[in-house]
Design a protein around this ligand. Structure first.
Ligand code: FEO
Ligand code: CA
Ligand code: CA
Ligand code: CA
Length: 690
């Protein structure tokens, strides 16, 4: 008999995407409160009929629940489901040994605890927190005595993507690489004045962005991980580290500045969100909401990247004129790329690959063609934007010599960048905005990868009429508009299954879908006012990564399973966990898909979920953990005996500050809230979920 899993009911959140306004302010520069940048008229999957229908069936207005931030401790959202949790969890526990291999655990009930909550029988530790020293000479973290110099040697803020890489020859150790997406100044600095940040505060924020590489040591008996300070591979990359720009746009007039007449040397990386690990032993990092760091954006030549007018939230332009578009118009063209980092060479210059295009890259995940060429998937996280694929033309070489590594570091400079166009196979009239499956039983159809630009050793060729190759690489969104790419509901992380080859695309939400003046629901984005998001499953033709056509279907349509507009790959909905706003995706060693969420619009804290994608348990979604107040879950890495997650922006609740915290995770009352990385393992030492 199927066991009923804990459900939750009350929508909450003070923002259209389910997030606090503070998250919007610091993370994405209030993207949801601004006009959608994609005003292009290119067609979408359902065409005009669905648009008309959607306007009749406008999204129900979500009850806006103000989250009280005053005072420390857990902030409880109205209608939070903790009262339901106990009997439901007990019911679930009775079935904990059932489920797909790798997913046999008791699901965590939705909750609003200011803690990382893991399944019964599992343990956790905080691996590393914001501010912990990782470089020689860096001081211990002292929130009252922060300096930019100290931060440059300490773990950065708001860890997002995580990679755990092997360290041959160092038994029991792995190399952790983390993104530091952005800074929450009001939670970092006591008495922070947003109108008048000091130079020191701004320089601390520069040093708190970027990447960290830090060696971690495994406890022999458990899954616990602890950082190894002063290891020679430990490294910080920040908003001022030198990068090399590569690919077709490197050296072009579009990226030259007064400080860099060559157009090839960029200082820093910003808003690194998710990423990927390459088969040649480097890591990729998506520069996402870079627009928010640049002032006076109305002076910019393009209008497709959401640049704001006037001053920025953080006022960096007061301390470095490169952040002022009016003074340095091309600096903003040097952000928004996929960054490649070689964590095994602590002296390497990281690169920004213009051949993979410039947009709000959420992630970049790599697979190889049968003849060893790289294929990289990347989503552009904005409402009504696109997702992309790059197919390299050079083969990866095996080995670790300097010449081999140098060759492999050039793999992402030559190849073709494509954008996705999807076509539904059901009549538009059947996509009625209720989420009801169309007559053929699935939201599905076919798709094309439309070429945008091909880069070769001898130069680059644009496939977009009216745009040069350099322009396609710098103004990639415009190229997507021109070729009729499909407007999606915030394409975030994308990951191919290492077992089946099918590709999973997380579409987080889109509050504007179907609103007057915007694209209506279509078969690939079937819900108006999409609050909870969905997950698309894509099968490349002949299952070849380099194919230029594909089939697709919606694997999950997220939300409360009691909501008839949800779908869990056909699995009975009384036996799955509720999920909202899928964001990052990863696979475990058994081939199960894991999803982390950002912006739960069901009243629970965000979390991490596992779901089988094949077999008779396909679609059985189970929640593995929840994160503390105000946090999102990201960076999941699922190993045999360990789950690693980023707890990003804990305490990020409207009105919260250092003196009035909404969360005191991870160290408890009286301490400053700190983003951190958490490892989870089984108390009995066995593999996860078996
Ligand atoms: Fe940084 Fe799209 O999440
Ligand atoms: Ca269909
Ligand atoms: Ca993300
Ligand atoms: Ca996110």
């Amino acid at each position: 008999m199927r066991k009923l899993l804990p459900l939750i009911g009350t929508p909450s959140g003070s923002h259209p995407g389910g997030r606090s306004a503070m998250t919007c302010r610091f993370r994405c520069g209030d993207a949801c409160f601004h006009e959608v940048p994609n005003t292009s008229s290119n067609e979408y999957v359902g065409d005009v009929i669905a648009g008309a229908l959607s306007r009749r069936s406008m999204m129900r207005a979500a009850a806006v629940v103000t989250v009280a931030a005053a005072g420390a401790g857990t902030v409880t959202l109205a209608g939070a489901p903790e009262a339901n949790a106990a009997p439901a969890a007990q019911a679930a526990a009775r079935g904990k040994h059932k489920g797909a291999r790798g997913l046999r655990f008791t699901p965590v009930a939705p909750n609003t605890r200011d803690a990382v909550v893991v399944p019964e029988g599992y343990r956790q530790n905080v691996v590393i927190r914001w501010g912990e020293p990782i470089l020689r000479g860096a001081p211990a973290f002292d929130p009252e005595k922060q300096t930019a110099r100290a931060q440059a040697g300490q773990f950065g803020y708001n860890n997002d993507f995580l990679a755990l890489l092997p360290l041959p020859g160092e038994r029991g150790r792995q190399l952790l690489v983390a993104n530091h997406e952005y800074t929450d100044e009001v939670l970092m600095f006591r008495g922070y004045d947003p109108d008048n940040p000091t130079r020191e505060q701004v320089e601390i924020a520069w040093a708190a962005h970027g990447l960290s590489a830090v060696v971690v040591e495994e406890d022999r008996r458990t899954g616990k991980l602890t950082p190894v300070t002063r290891h020679h591979l430990n490294r910080r990359v920040t908003a001022t580290t030198e990068f090399r720009l590569t690919g077709p746009a490197a050296g072009s007039d579009l990226v030259k500045t007064s400080a860099d007449r060559s157009g090839t040397k960029v200082l820093g990386t910003l808003n690194n969100c998710s990423g990927g690990t390459t088969p040649w032993g480097t890591t990729l990092h998506g520069e996402e909401n870079f627009n928010q760091y640049f002032a006076n954006g109305s002076r910019a030549t393009d209008k497709r990247y959401g640049l704001g007018t006037g001053a920025t939230e953080r006022k960096w332009e007061r301390f470095d004129k490169r952040f002022d578009v009016a003074q340095e118009p091309n600096e903003v063209h040097r952000f928004g790329y996929v960054v490649e980092f070689d964590p095994y060479d602590p002296h390497s210059t990281p690169r920004k690959h213009t051949a993979l295009g410039r947009f709000k890259h959420e992630a970049a995940t790599v697979r190889l063609t049968h003849d060893g060429r790289p294929v990289v998937y990347s989503g552009d996280d904005e409402r009504f934007d696109y997702f992309y694929k790059f197919v390299g033309s050079k083969r990866m070489k095996k080995g670790t010599s300097r010449a081999v590594r140098e060759h492999n570091l050039s793999l992402l400079d030559e190849g073709t960048l494509y954008v996705a166009k999807l076509t539904g196979d059901s009549p538009a009239i059947e996509i009625d905005g209720t989420g009801t499956l169309p007559g053929d039983g699935e939201f599905d159809g076919s798709g094309q990868w439309i070429p945008l630009v091909t880069a070769t050793a001898d130069g680059a060729v644009s496939h977009v009429p009216g745009m040069t190759a350099e322009e396609v690489c710098v103004f990639t969104r415009l190229a997507g508009d021109k070729v009729g790419a499909t407007k999606m509901d915030r394409p975030e992380d994308i990951e191919p299954s290492p077992v089946t080859g099918k590709v999973y695309v997380a579409l987080t939400n889109n509050s504007n879908r179907g609103k007057a003046g915007y694209a209506g629901p279509d078969e690939a984005n079937p819900r108006p006012g999409n609050k909870h998001g969905h997950v698309l499953e894509l099968t490349e033709r002949w299952n070849r990564p380099e194919s230029t056509s594909f089939a697709w279907s919606l694997f999950l349509v997220a939300g409360d399973p009691q909501d008839p507009a949800t779908y869990f790959a056909g699995f009975p909905k009384d036996a799955v966990s509720p999920i909202s706003c899928p964001d990052n995706v990863a696979f475990d060693p058994h081939g199960n898909l894991w999803l982390s969420t950002d912006g739960n619009a069901l009243g629970s804290h965000d979390g991490l979920f596992g779901v089988a994608v094949k077999g008779d348990r396909r679609g059985e979604l189970k929640q593995f953990l929840t994160v503390p107040t105000g946090a999102e879950t990201c960076g999941p890495v699922i190993q045999d005996r360990r789950v690693l997650v980023s707890v990003q922006h804990p305490g990020e609740v409207d009105g919260a500050s250092v003196d009035e915290p909404a969360s005191t995770w991870p160290d408890g009352p009286g301490t400053i809230v700190r983003p951190a990385v958490v490892a989870v393992w089984r108390a009995d030492g066995r593999d996860i979920g078996v």
